[in-house]
Design a protein around this ligand. Structure first.
Ligand SMILES: [Fe+2]
Ligand SMILES: [Fe+2]
Length: 279
């Protein structure tokens, strides 16, 4: 009973994300525009470019090697046409929480960028359309950790201490301290922000892709991406453990060890280029 009370109160605190000062107003405006199928990319772009600082960050991000068009996207509108609204929206969210993420957990930004890069590579290798959508799901996959750090700093510190003292993974320690992991926080966050289903699924199921009801392949791609980037120790995600690789995820994508190796070779090359993407 006490545990349930704790969970309910923690959930309330986590969901008080009005305190997260970062999601820019243009995001709402743009989301509303997109709901109308008559809206053109020009109209959407014109709303985004009103915020010049944001536009500059988005342009930097879409031109990073993560998305496969390095240095070739000249405008927000061009980015919208090439990458689609979901990707641009995910990028707006990630650039908006960038400062907070860097403060919340050292190395988490690099881990997220690395996972985005890996997820794009894996999706391309699996032959999926729109690999950029997988990349942006990878970019946002650990956002729940930022929310804990910002909303619940004391419990966050306890999680970090538990990781160290008990030599646990961050995910395990979250479950010990909060009663749930960042995947659950991601699910609340995704619903709250009304994110597209594929991105929400990967955010909430990247640790348990075999249990995904929807968008299983996206969950499996991000699961493998997370695994690979941790193997390379590019950035950190709260602990230095090797994450468990779910064999079901490889099976779902039809991957053999040789496919994993090929993706990891490509990732090793690309990580050199993405290491300096900051704002
Ligand atoms: Fe995670
Ligand atoms: Fe991760």
């Amino acid at each position: 009973m006490q545990d349930m009370d704790l969970k309910t109160s923690v959930k309330g605190q986590v969901l008080a994300i009005n305190d997260l000062p970062t999601l820019p107003g243009v995001l709402d405006e743009v989301t509303k525009l997109v709901e109308n199928p008559e809206t053109s990319t020009e109209e959407i772009a014109s709303v985004i470019v009103k915020d010049q600082v944001l536009s500059a960050k988005v342009l930097k991000m879409v031109n990073s090697p993560v998305y496969g068009f390095p240095g070739r996207i000249s405008s927000i509108q061009h980015g919208l046409v090439l990458l689609g609204f979901n990707v641009i929206r995910g990028i707006i969210i990630s650039t908006s929480v960038f400062d907070m993420m860097v403060q919340a957990m050292k190395g988490l930004w690099e881990h997220s960028l690395g996972c985005a890069t890996a997820s794009g590579i894996i999706a391309r290798h699996a032959g999926f359309d729109d690999p950029e959508e997988y990349a942006v799901a990878g970019l946002l996959h650990d956002l729940g950790k930022v929310v804990t750090a910002v909303q619940l700093p004391e419990l966050h510190q306890k999680i970090l201490d538990t990781v160290e003292k008990k030599n646990l993974s961050y995910y395990r320690a979250e479950k010990d301290i909060l009663g749930f992991g960042h995947d659950r926080i991601n699910a609340w966050l995704g619903r709250h922000w009304n994110l597209p289903g594929n991105i929400r699924a990967a955010m909430s199921r990247h640790h348990s892709p075999h249990m995904a009801d929807l968008y299983k392949s996206t969950c499996c791609v991000v699961h493998l991406g997370d695994f690979m980037v941790r193997l390379f120790e590019f950035g950190t995600s709260g602990d230095d453990q090797t994450s468990y690789l779910r064999p079901e995820a490889m099976k779902e994508l039809g991957f053999k060890m040789s496919d994993m190796e090929r993706c990891m070779d490509e990732l090793a090359d690309q990580l050199l280029d993405v290491s300096d993407v900051t704002f």
